[in-house]
Design a binder for this molecule. Structure first.
Ligand code: GDP
Ligand code: MG
Length: 288
């Protein structure tokens, strides 16, 4: 047994949809752990990115944005987000440099009790320095943050300082993950998210929340290729028609794009088979 002293810290990333949480996790961990999209609300599951620096393990929990729950699935997302907060020792609140302090941000802050908060102003590459300094002062005046960082998750600016601070807060503990693991999100879930992302992008507003991708079969072929069968579950047969599209064109294009993304993320050749299934009760079943 090794007698080296190890430390761990779990950090919850909180912020409005699209503020750059997934981008930051990917930048810190250096892999495509979280799905980044220009659309809001695509992260449904908690994603942990894990960084090992020296003898310290930094565990990032990328929560879906907190927002007013309206639909059943949204409530489910919020429940997940709150679970992520409970599990964290420090909360890093991401703030969009262009948007500044919004009512949603105030709501998010007031919802978190008894956890140290740090602020990370993200997307600083998009604004002028004067504006940034004014914003930082305004955030400081809120009086709730222990530290304020200015970062660009996309351009890898200011990230090192943030990592240094967070690892500096870690407490002595056995390592919670093996050192060669960078995420505990099962790769199947990642693959499902990739296909779901393409569905969202292609179907756009036609089917906002009511679909889900499930892995039916995952076969590692001898030549290293992956044979993957995924079911796209929808609530109504009319939704199935939308997903399939005229003469199957939509689903074919979704499959083509998802396959390319999967190959990039998994770094192997993928044979992807998509099926559309009507399952009226999947949302309800997930909630119980
Ligand atoms: P999330 O919903 O909070 O997880 O946000 P994402 O990480 O998916 O990012 C949403 C969008 O913002 C994507 O188009 C990102 O490329 C973009 N983005 C994230 N960080 C930055 C940044 O520092 N600068 C700029 N210009 N864009 C960013
Ligand atoms: Mg995200």
């Amino acid at each position: 047994m090794s007698d080296k002293i190890t430390k761990c810290i779990k950090v919850g990333l909180i912020g409005e949809p699209n503020v750059g949480k997934s981008t930051l996790v990917n930048q810190i961990v250096g892999e495509k752990v979280s799905i980044v999209t220009p659309k809001v609300q695509t992260t449904r599951t908690l994603v942990r990115g894990i960084l090992n620096v020296d003898n310290t393990q930094l565990i990032l929990i990328d929560t879906p944005g907190l927002f007013k729950p309206a639909k059943t699935l949204e409530r489910y997302i919020v429940k997940n987000a709150l679970a992520g907060i409970d599990d964290s020792e420090v909360i890093c609140v991401l703030i969009d440099a262009k948007k500044g302090i919004t009512p949603e941000l105030n709501k998010i802050i007031s919802n978190i009790k008894n956890k140290p908060l740090v602020a990370a102003i993200n997307k600083i590459d998009l604004i002028k320095k004067d504006f940034l300094l004014g914003l930082a002062a305004a955030i400081n005046e809120l009086g709730v943050f222990k530290e304020i960082f200015m970062i660009s998750a996309l351009k890898n600016d200011g990230i090192k300082e943030l990592i240094n601070y967070l690892t500096g807060q870690a407490k002595i503990s056995p390592l919670l993950y093996e050192e060669d693991i960078y995420t505990d999100t099962p790769v199947k879930n990642l693959a499902e998210e990739i296909t779901r992302e393409q569905l969202f992008l292609l179907l756009n507003k036609e089917l906002p929340y009511s679909l889900k991708v499930e892995t039916e079969k995952w076969e590692d072929l001898k030549n290293g290729d992956l044979k993957l069968h995924q079911a796209i579950m929808v609530l109504k047969s009319s939704h199935k028609s939308i997903v399939v599209g005229a003469a199957g064109q939509k689903i074919k294009e979704v499959g083509r794009r998802a396959r390319l993304e999967l190959q990039k993320a998994l770094d192997r050749k993928v044979h992807l088979f998509l099926y559309v299934k009507v399952k009226e009760d999947w949302i309800e079943r997930e909630l119980v």
